[in-house]
Design a protein around this ligand. Structure first.
Ligand code: SAT
Ligand code: MN
Length: 595
């Protein structure tokens, strides 16, 4: 008797009509064969799927060049298909599941003719974790198969674990002919299914990542009493060996990866990395909030990564391990066959091919590496990987940070008055857009909890769910807002960031432990005089006061915008959120005094 997985894979094969169906076992030998195939047989446009890079300097590293139109997430082509449109909410694209399936079936018929269909059994989370989920994805490109092996726990044991069960998350993926007009990323939360055609780009194609672990999982969390969040997980260890675990939400390409593995500028702390993108948060048996990272790799932005900004990532990228490391759409230094990107250490190389493999001409002022070029690398390469990473129970969280990229208004760090106020802080988050998604860069958009593109249901219900989760914990984690991107009148960053961000974390840890003072502002609590650790910090004094400034006059437009954004959720917006919004507006208007 065929198992539920076998039946489902058969169904996909009948629709897609691949030449071969290949079940991946996750072994190293298999990965090697897939790489070989990607180097010699498969092509995307004019390029082979993989090129080998300098193995001496970059062990197990390969270059992948995408189709030129396929370089970022495409939010306008991403749909969340609940049968009830209201459940999808005003911030997601919606299509009725029946209609969406008809469309996808039409686009998929025979789309893998002459190709191999790879079947990928994988797990999000440690297989022994009560919070982990078993999944299966089919795909028609080796790049996705190899990437999924790095980013998830993929292999034969997962098939065994699923056995005859029908309880697995389904992902159907095909790159089709990369035609943007036929590109769709469809989510069916009611049946834990993701169906994506026309794109091989990370967030559109590695279906265990944003599609399942955030969009579908956030819906599962809503139904089951937990949270799936776009968050870093890290531990900060002091000299006594106490480790405080925190999570931090930030939109794509706003420094999550750098934060997750920062090299501390304060010698009394060291940072342990557990994850750089996704956190699943569950209330543990002791009533505390526990985080696991469902992933097992990093899919990080290359430009700007260097020994100065993120030395631990540079070490991660140069480590040799069981898994290959992929570089997607970076430039190529032809003299030495090395990857290159803007912001990398060292002088500008003499000869570069740009991300599409064309000789790069510096006088043309274009970027050699695509601004959203990426690396895909195993977490196990990371020198700061926390020993707790594989703990099936996860780690207990003491503080949650909500961050964004704001050149104005938002202080370096603010503590929420309480959990509900913290949920409001998350809900009012805005951030300037980056190259991680197709569209304009640098425009401000509301991005609650950095989940705007990733919440798989109505965000009004999502805020309510957050408030309810807080009610279920006797001592919920404290919530903080953070913004390391504020600038002065000349447009220069006021805060040095990177390793110095440990100072923000230190203040947070001291607050959690009752060791640091704070003063009240209309936005929340900011460090009181002398409570923020500045010893050895080399920035002009006035920067600090500017970093924590709350300019009441400047806030009017912002308050209006927040209100308009929240209004779209109508009666689904929790009254607690409206209450804190109104209180903030009133306090700002009356010069920061209580009303
Ligand atoms: O492509 S991903 O969505 O995985 C990366 C990102 O945009 O955060
Ligand atoms: Mn992300």
């Amino acid at each position: 008797m065929a198992t539920a997985i076998e039946k489902w894979v058969d169904e996909q094969a009948r629709l897609y009509e691949p030449k071969h169906v290949y079940w991946c076992d996750g072994s190293e030998g298999e990965a090697h064969r897939l790489m070989e195939m990607g180097m010699r047989e498969e092509r995307i446009g004019q390029h082979e799927v993989f090129c080998e890079l300098n193995q001496k300097l970059w062990p197990k590293a390969y270059l992948h060049r995408s189709h030129p139109t396929d370089v970022a997430r495409t939010e306008h082509l991403t749909y969340v298909c609940h049968s009830d449109r209201e459940a999808t909410g005003p911030t997601n694209n919606w299509m009725h599941p029946r209609e969406a399936k008809e469309l996808m079936t039409r686009l998929s018929r025979g789309a893998m003719r002459g190709k191999t269909m790879y079947v990928l059994p994988y797990m999000m989370g440690h297989p022994d974790s009560p919070y982990a989920k078993a999944c299966v994805q089919v795909t028609d490109v080796s790049y996705v198969a190899v990437s999924m092996r790095i980013m998830t726990r993929l292999g034969k044991p997962i098939l065994k674990k699923i056995g005859k069960s029908e309880n697995f998350v389904k992902g159907i993926h095909s790159v089709g002919d990369f035609d943007p007009a036929k590109r769709f990323i469809m989510h069916f939360p009611e049946e834990s299914l993701v169906w994506s055609v026309g794109s091989g780009y990370g967030g559109n194609a590695l279906l265990g990542k944003k599609c399942f672990s955030l969009r579908i999982a956030s819906w599962l969390g809503y139904k089951q009493g937990w949270l799936a969040e776009h968050m870093v997980i890290m531990g900060i260890e002091d000299l006594r060996g106490n480790v405080t675990y925190i999570t931090a939400a930030m939109p794509s390409a706003c420094g999550k990866t750098n934060l997750a593995m920062l090299e501390s500028a304060l010698p009394e702390y060291r940072v342990w990395t557990l994850g750089d993108d996704i956190a699943w948060l569950n209330i543990g048996p002791d009533g505390r909030l526990y985080a696991i990272n469902p992933e097992s790799g990093f899919f990080g932005v290359a430009p700007g990564t260097s020994m100065k900004t993120n030395p631990n990532m540079m070490r991660t990228l140069k480590t040799s391990n069981f898994y290959p490391t992929l570089f997607t759409n970076v430039a190529l230094k032809t003299d030495t066959n090395e990857p290159w990107w803007e912001g990398l250490d060292g002088a500008l190389p003499d000869h570069l091919l740009d991300w599409q493999g064309q000789p790069w001409d510096p006088s043309k002022m274009t970027k050699a590496a695509h601004p959203n070029s990426r690396f895909t690398v195993s977490l196990h390469n990371c020198p700061t990987l926390s020993p707790e990473y594989d703990n099936p129970q996860g780690v207990p969280i003491s503080a949650i940070i909500m961050g964004g990229r704001r050149s104005r208004l938002i202080p370096l760090v603010t503590e929420a008055f309480n959990w509900d106020h913290g949920v409001f802080m998350g809900a009012r988050m805005g951030s300037e857009t980056t190259a991680a998604a197709a569209g304009r860069v640098g425009v401000l958009r509301r991005d609650p909890m950095a989940m705007l593109p990733f919440c798989g249901y109505n965000m009004g219900d999502y805020f309510r769910h957050w408030i309810n989760i807080g009610r279920m914990m006797p001592r919920p984690p404290r919530i903080y807002a953070m913004n390391a991107f504020r600038v002065n009148e000349r447009g220069e960053f006021l805060w040095p960031g990177f390793g110095e961000n440990i100072r923000i974390l230190k203040w947070i840890i001291d607050r959690v432990n009752g060791r640091a003072g704070a003063k009240e502002t209309p936005l929340g609590l900011v460090p009181s005089a002398n409570s923020f650790p500045v010893e050895g910090l080399d920035i002009p004094r006035q920067n600090l006061s500017q970093l924590f400034e709350v300019n009441e006059g400047e806030w009017q437009e912002e308050v209006e915008e927040i209100k308009n954004f929240l209004d779209q959720f109508g009666h689904r917006l929790p009254h607690e959120i409206r209450h804190y919004c109104n209180t903030m507006a009133a306090r700002l208007q009356f010069g920061g005094r209580h009303t």
